[in-house]
Design a binder for this molecule. Sequence first.
Ligand code: HEC
Ligand code: HEC
Ligand code: CA
Ligand code: CA
Ligand code: CA
Length: 460
Amino acid sequence: MRREIIFGILVSVIGAFALPGCDGGESGGGGTGGADELLLGGDTTVFDASSKAFTFPAAGLTDEGLIKHEEGDGAFEAIFVTSPSPVNPGLGPVFNNNSCQSCHANNGRGKPDDTLTSLLFRVSVPGESEVGGPNPVAGFGLQLQTRATIGTAKEAGVNIEYTETPGQYGDGTEYSLRIPVYNPADPYIPPPVGMLLSPRIAPPIFGIGLLEAIPEDEILANADPADEDGDGISGRPNMVWNLETGQTALGRFGWKANTPTAFQQAAEAYNQDMGITNPLVPDESCLGQTQCDGIDDDPEIPFDTLDDAAFYVQTLAVPARREFDTESRRGEKLFEQAGCSSCHIPVHTTDVHPARNESALNNQVIFPYTDLLLHDMGDGLADRRPDFLANGREWRTSPLWGIGLTKTTNGHTNFLHDGRARNLEEAILWHDGEGKESRDFFRNLKKSDRDALIAFLKNL
Ligand code: HEC
Ligand code: HEC
Ligand SMILES: [Ca+2]
Ligand SMILES: [Ca+2]
Ligand SMILES: [Ca+2]
């Protein structure tokens, strides 16, 4: 741990010295390939392309920040067990996994598997909750806990089946996409007919504090709900419920931008994903189930643990883009020509972070390649489950920073909200709805150009 942190500081110092020299020519600006574009996380960027690339603290944290980040690292790795226990008690009784790290391995993304290690399912029935969110399912709530401690039944399992569907590039080259079907299995009580199920894979969790520091105005300025500029792209903000303020707020996190802050994301993860009650979400996730004792336990973690875990993801560094080569530079131009950057907006500038006193996060030019808005991605990707303002066909534009390191950090190349895409090409080929034109542009490129576009993504 120590060594990682020291290394993180070192590389950022080297970065700080090495880069201004080649900062001349094109800089800042929307995806033109200036030297600052290597610094995907602005001055907080670290230079590491190893399997640990997502595990460094943001460069430039204060001393107190570094200490808190380290505490948070411990919280993130802590493995919870059934009570009573001297360390990390409180797991479950129903849960999805037993630590943050177990789903976000190496702080990267999960992949679908039969044991549902890092794939979870949000559930609801038609209608809205009293705060405008999804309508909970009696006996199941808003998430299926697919594991349970001894003596309790998991809420249900889910069987995954894939069927292949063939397609063709413009040049006649064939490809195949796998269509997933999800069926709940062994429910502890029969779920209502028509229960809505939304699969969600664990996404990467670095650079979260930078995304939180993008001013709301800047995000809303990119929204075009009625597509008034007629380009076929109509991003919409999700407006969600903030548990801390008890008010509606702009959603930024999760595959449907259904969560407003890293702090709330962490609190709900403790509660829903691990069955750990906490000051922000104090009721056990099984509350209301016949198999749940209904005893109002004290929060199973104190405020500081929750706050440290949130701080950890807020201050995880974004790794730098690899060096520019002609192939990826060419691919970057194609990315723009294809209209990918209409949604995967390359550059944003952060303001002062709304909650943390860490100046490193403030006023940074960053390259997350997202607008943090919702887009209709067509029938194929639709989960048909509304989540606050997101309808059943809408998803948040995924940030693309660091995506080229997925194979190195996580040993696989499964992408999209449920990991159905087996590589970057498939991820693009699934784009439909507002993304259809872009997808077709890519599909009709000649092989060498498709390869260049992919080389660009791998360079991120
Ligand atoms: C069971 C697996 C699982 C566990 C355990 C888990 N997560 Fe997650 N995490 C997910 C999934 C799935 C999502 C996406 C949720 C959605 O789209 O609604 C997510 C989303 C996130 C995000 C938002 C990232 C983004 O860009 O939108 C953060 C931050 C995060 N988790 C942090 C944590 C922390 C901190 C913990 C531990 C307290 C944790 N997670 C535990 C599966 C998990
Ligand atoms: C209309 C907006 C839009 C356009 C245009 C668009 N994307 Fe996307 N992209 C999205 C959304 C939304 C998702 C998340 C979809 C999902 O997970 O189901 C996504 C996901 C992705 C992913 C997977 C990310 C991950 O973390 O799993 C990749 C890779 C990607 N897009 C690349 C591209 C490329 C390359 C282009 C241009 C050819 C493009 N996108 C055009 C909105 C868009
Ligand atoms: Ca518990
Ligand atoms: Ca549940
Ligand atoms: Ca538009």
